[in-house]
Design a protein around this ligand. Sequence first.
Ligand code: NAI
Ligand code: MG
Length: 516
Amino acid sequence: MTKKKATKKKVTKSTAKKKKTSKKKTTRTTSTHKLKPGMVFEYDPAPESSAVVSIKKKYELFIDGAWVAPESGKYLNNENPATEESLGKFAIGNEKDIDKAVKAARKAYEGEWGKMSGKDRGKYLFRIARILQERAREFAVLETLDGGKPIKESRDVDIPLAAAHFFYNAGWADKLEYVYPGKDVKSIGVCGQIIPWNFPLLMAAWKIAPALACGNTVVLKPAEQTPLTALLLAEVCQEAGLPKGVVNIVTGEGPTGAALVDHKDVNKVAFTGSTDIGKLIAKNIGHTNKKLTLELGGKSANIIFADAAIDQAIEGIINGIYFNQGHVCCAGSRLLVEESVHDIVVKKLKKRMSSLRVGDPMDKNTDIGAINHKEQLVKIKEMVAQAKKGGADFHQADVKVPRKGYYHAPCFFDNCSTSDMIVRDEVFGPVLSIMTFRTPEEAIVKANDTQYGLAAGIWSEKGSKVHQVAGGLKAGVIWANTYNKFDPTSPFGGYKESGFGREGGRHGLLPYLEVK
Ligand code: NAI
Ligand code: MG
């Protein structure tokens, strides 16, 4: 009896084990091909190799065509936000370093560069553009490692556009008499340029290329979170044989930027960054004759009419707010949907969001990479937590986010009202707020109800409606049936607290010239 029982027990155990194994097997086979809502199939990892770049242990300042140690002897650790690993140290420049750089820029301006013909200046810009293209892969990998943006964006957007800005401005260098038609123009001197961390190389190109085309020299201060591609650009300037002192790169934090703004021998300041610092700079140099352009924050409206091609509009919404993790000054962070299509738009948006791939920025399949740095992630999380208390409907894509590194799944707040904090304040993260409207007039009023005025998107099949609405919007850039498309021939800049001055196109040259 005891023996029989024992055998029975044994049999049961082994059957159970078999059952378990077979169940496990089935699950594994199906999971590879399992269709999630909105997803066609899972991709295998396709990581880009980081072997094309060599990260130095320590980066110095680039002044007067040479690499020099900072006067303070101080360096900061640079981080890869996707992995929290170190990417070496970079120098912190102080007033003395800024002074050296400005002096080098002045010497070059009064020397070889200032005397050079536009045609010859253009040749240097063309050379820089071509080297950027040749070394594009290196730049893309470095940009992604340093700032956490998906490699497909660095590769397809940031680096080609940066090269395009050099090409475009190279073409202007010997045609400056057409910038202000009928007037004689001259360069202005030494330009102090300060850039943020969201498009590090592209912002450097936006600033340096027109300044050089017009015959000026430059001291550039990259963002402390993302110094690497600007420093590689310094190498490119050397490779292109650019005369020393024409481009100087001084890394550091806020005080380094402030020293550059305050330097008495700087003729023009160009700043892209937060509205608070932009206001501070405007206040600090208001009493001087320095020229100033500011490209600041935004809370841009993406307006979807009922007659729009809804599936295309969904892609436009995704591109508008989730592109580059929402770290875009002109991000379409406020969605205005015509009431009659609100439900279908939200339903389709949720489905599309569930298929976004969030994770390793070096993977070629990744749609949403890492948040640029820890403080920004904290800011986003705090704003989302606060907005959740406000009563709007919260939805977050059910996507897996890596445990290490700084990540935030894409999300939105629906049924918001214009007074909600999440509708008014810039988040600079993958967070969308949704409101409805009934008439084009209401859409215009709601879109303009903001302190900012950088960009807007209009989605409608009807051209006359697009023109009517565009005419009423107070925004520097307006896209129709598309979003976040950039071109060096097209001026970019804001209204109201989004700043003043334009970058790109003929307008982008105006701040770098004086009428004689
Ligand atoms: P930020 O304005 O402090 O930094 C931008 C650049 O300005 C950096 O190079 C920084 O070192 C420099 N800087 C800081 N203080 C300065 C000063 N007193 N004088 C001169 N230069 C100075 O922006 P931050 O702290 O990186 O980001 C804060 C918020 O600003 C973000 O959450 C986002 O909302 C917004 N932002 C907007 C950008 C845009 O493209 N419009 C870009 C980056 C941030
Ligand atoms: Mg970094």
